[in-house]
Design a protein around this ligand. Structure first.
Ligand code: AKG
Ligand code: FE2
Length: 202
């Protein structure tokens, strides 16, 4: 973990033991190859999410892959799951080998341009268990991954996620910190992010 990557708050401390960042997890060429395949072959969908009482379109495209072609329940929503492709399974094994964590599913996010985003949230659904390890691989446009302390929004940091990088979120991160990908006014090329997770039956 390179502390300099954070907009190092002068006063607040970011608990760096909650993140492991590997900038060159994939070579530039391999990352570009996988990104192209994903853009072309994944059955991307724009789903809806509940915001207060309204159903609104999610501001990005998504897809799930996993061990069983069943559907997952996550935080009250149901998702249909695609069977692993050899390429996604290969990535899963590579991450498991490097990190020692096991995963049975992956959520794919496609941010088409600067208008696409994911709002402040924690990945804290009970299906993920306590203190889950979530492994996140990024492709394409570098976007800032922002963190803020749940009980003190002034306490925040940003980590630009590079093409081909791996970020593991672990420990108490999902308990005390929220994260997001903000919209941007600057022109943004497409970005894909994969979050590998271990989802249990409840
Ligand atoms: O796109 C990213 O880097 C993060 C996505 C995310 O936070 C999520 O899918 O839960
Ligand atoms: Fe998340």
């Amino acid at each position: 973990m390179q502390l300099s990557l954070f907009d190092a708050g002068e006063y607040y401390q970011f608990p760096t033991e909650l993140l492991d960042y590997t900038e060159h997890f994939l070579s530039e060429e391999r990352a570009t190859e996988i990104e192209k395949n994903l853009i072309k072959n994944v059955p991307w969908k724009q789903s809806t999410q509940k915001l207060f009482d309204k159903e609104v379109l999610t501001p990005r495209l998504t897809a799930w892959y996993g061990d069983d072609e069943k559907s997952y329940h996550l935080g009250g929503n149901e998702f249909s799951v695609n069977a692993w492709t050899p390429e996604l399974l290969g990535l899963k094994y590579k991450i498991q080998k490097l990190t020692g964590h096991q995963f049975n599913s992956v959520l794919l996010n496609f941010y088409r341009d600067g208008n696409d985003s994911v709002a402040w949230h924690r990945d804290k659904e009970s299906e993920l268990g306590n203190r889950p390890a979530i492994a996140s691989v990024s492709f394409g446009q570098v976007r800032n991954f922002d963190f803020r302390k749940k009980d003190n929004h002034q306490n925040k940091y940003s980590l630009p996620l590079q093409h081909g990088s791996l970020l593991v979120m672990k420990g108490d991160l999902q308990t005390h910190w929220e994260h997001r990908i903000a919209k941007s006014n600057r022109p943004m090329k497409p970005r894909i992010n994969l979050t590998f997770r271990q989802i249990r039956e409840l």
